[in-house]
Design a protein around this ligand. Structure first.
Ligand code: GLU
Length: 553
């Protein structure tokens, strides 16, 4: 076919469709100096931790360069669409502090001059660009009715060809004449639009990925479908058209798209579009519990794949974000150490420092970051955050936290502030359990593990301590008092005593361990002196006596 025939064909396939040039003028190039990045969630499920990780790259890159980060909803897979998934995805971005500057905002809301930002509302635009591609001789209609039928045809073709045939697949419909096409259309046959690939598998694109570096990529030589027979574009087509019209400068997306990049490059070239910069991020992985092998985080196996997991658990959002930053740029940790009080947004993020190997998600590290972040908050901040967490996720805890404000703030205030604040809270959902001993529902009625301790002398010590305990004025006096009383008893574990008899007298660490157990039921708690003050002498004495009684049973 010659140019005239291509133009005719374009009119036949897409009558009454505006020219692509209309949209190219309508969406004028952006006047931004920095990078324009975008997140493009599909509403087929929840926002995945891997998407949050990418969104962080988008946000940081746009921030660092004075650019724009926008959101586009890719809702072309209507079969797999989950109700409200788009809204939830947007909401999650906002909640994790990665609010896009522009684009889709959940529901029917959007903001910005480059919309519509929802793909299902862009059919006219896709038609215009489909028509343009036909005019340029880079696309053709394919009338094979059922996909199964098509597969068969292609399979037969492949079998007929030699070994490398699987990558050089030219579709049989590319050779239809104008007349044949006209007849098919007159017969009411539906068509899918395919790329008329000009790629050569013996040639490569020389290409530089912002993360993977310089690469030689074998050209695409397949006549891939661009628009399905129901008029819905496939990812490749929508990506190239949308990202061009919306002015994306760097396409940052998951590793899984890297394989199909040659098609995207060929399409951009077919349109004469300016090529994008691309960055394909590594996948966050876990070690599989059964095989012990590294694998991608799975929606089915890993509950934390859904970012709501972290909110439900009560992690501060910044803990998750800082952890992800740590996975992205390994020098973040050093920067954080040197700049403990700066917001993470001040970190000089560098896309080039993202490693190519898939990082492992490590809860130990995340928890440590989370503990540090919570340890730097004031008691009131922790309390208010825990209350908001409970209000959203846990009705019972909400009631408890709300009704015990004073006690909780008192216990949260212990060991807080100063150079080395206490790092005992990992997430808000553990507060009621962690500090249950200051709550009215607490029952001090428990049995304890004695280990090698001599039960009789421990009982004597605890009884004496319960009798003699008075609220001390300060910590030092409290400690001296405990030491003095402890020195009168031999409850220290026999083995230790035999090894080092001089260490025995006044073994205050054992003494305080058992008093702590009596008061809190735990081996670990904030400063005991302060807890005892919060509870008051009568309550403390009563708890110690309950333990004494339990030891006797
Ligand atoms: N809708 C695609 C996805 O959710 C977007 C990929 C991209 O960022 O280009 O995977």
């Amino acid at each position: 076919m010659d140019n005239d025939q291509f133009n005719k064909l374009a009119e036949m396939l897409y009558p009454n469709v505006l020219d692509a040039s209309f949209y190219l003028q309508k969406y004028a190039p952006r006047n931004v100096k920095g990078e324009v990045t975008r997140i493009a969630p599909s509403p087929t499920g929840f926002l995945h931790i891997g998407q949050l990780y990418q969104a962080l790259v988008h946000r940081m890159l746009a921030n660092k360069t004075g650019g724009i980060f926008y959101c586009r909803l890719e809702d072309t897979d209507t079969k797999r669409e989950v109700e409200n998934a788009g809204e939830i995805a947007y909401d999650m971005l906002v909640r994790f502090g990665l609010k896009p500057d522009e684009g889709y905002r959940g529901g029917h809301k959007e903001i910005g001059d480059y919309g519509p930002y929802v793909q299902s509302e862009r059919t006219q635009i896709y038609n215009a660009f489909a028509k343009e591609l036909v005019k340029r001789g880079h696309a053709f209609p394919c009338f094979c009715a059922a996909a199964e039928n098509k597969e068969e045809i292609l399979k037969r073709r492949e079998e007929e060809l030699n070994e490398s045939a699987d990558i050089e697949v030219k579709d049989p419909c590319r050779n239809l004449t104008l007349k044949e096409i006209e007849n098919n259309l007159a017969a009411g046959k539906k068509f899918a639009l395919r790329l008329k690939s000009e790629g050569d598998i013996n040639k490569t694109h020389v290409f530089e990925d912002k993360i993977k570096g310089k690469k030689d990529l074998r050209e695409n030589a397949k006549d891939d479908v661009l628009i399905k027979s129901n008029g819905i574009p496939v990812y490749a087509f929508a990506h190239v058209v949308d990202d061009t019209l919306m002015g994306t400068t760097t396409v940052i997306r998951g590793q899984e798209w890297y394989q199909s990049l040659p098609v995207h490059l060929e399409l951009s070239r077919a349109f004469d579009f300016k090529p994008f910069k691309y960055a394909h991020t590594p996948n966050i992985c876990v070690l599989d519990e059964t095989t012990g092998n590294k694998r991608k985080i799975s929606k089915r196996k890993d509950t934390f794949a859904d970012v709501r997991f972290f909110l439900k658990k009560g992690y501060p959002v910044n803990a998750v974000i800082e952890y992800l930053l740590n996975l992205l740029n390994s020098d973040f940790e050093i920067w954080r150490k040197n700049n403990p009080d700066l917001p993470y947004t001040d970190f000089p993020f560098d896309i080039k420092k993202i490693g190519v190997t898939n990082p492992l998600f490590d809860f130990v590290k995340l928890n440590d970051i989370s503990k540090t972040i919570i340890s730097k908050m004031t008691a009131e901040e922790v309390y208010n955050n825990a209350l908001s967490w409970a209000q959203e996720w846990d009705e019972d805890s909400y009631k408890i936290i709300k009704e015990n404000k004073a006690a909780l703030i008192s216990v949260l205030s212990i060991d807080r502030g100063g150079e080395r604040p206490r790092k005992d809270i990992t997430y808000y959902s553990e507060i009621c359990e962690l500090y249950n001993y200051v709550l009215p529902s607490f029952k001090a009625d428990y049995q304890i593990e004695l280990g090698e301790v001599d039960k009789a002398s421990l009982t004597e010590f605890l009884s004496a301590y319960a009798d003699e305990y008075t609220e001390a004025i300060d910590n030092t006096a409290w400690f001296e008092n405990l030491k003095d009383i402890a020195a009168r008893f031999n409850f220290v574990d026999n083995k230790t005593y035999k090894q080092n008899p001089t260490a025995y007298a006044g073994n205050v660490s054992d003494a305080s361990k058992f008093v702590r157990l009596a008061i809190t039921g735990k081996t670990n708690s904030p400063e005991l002196y302060s807890i005892m003050k919060i509870l008051g002498a009568a309550e403390c004495k009563s708890r110690i006596k309950i333990l004494v009684k339990n030891l006797a049973d």
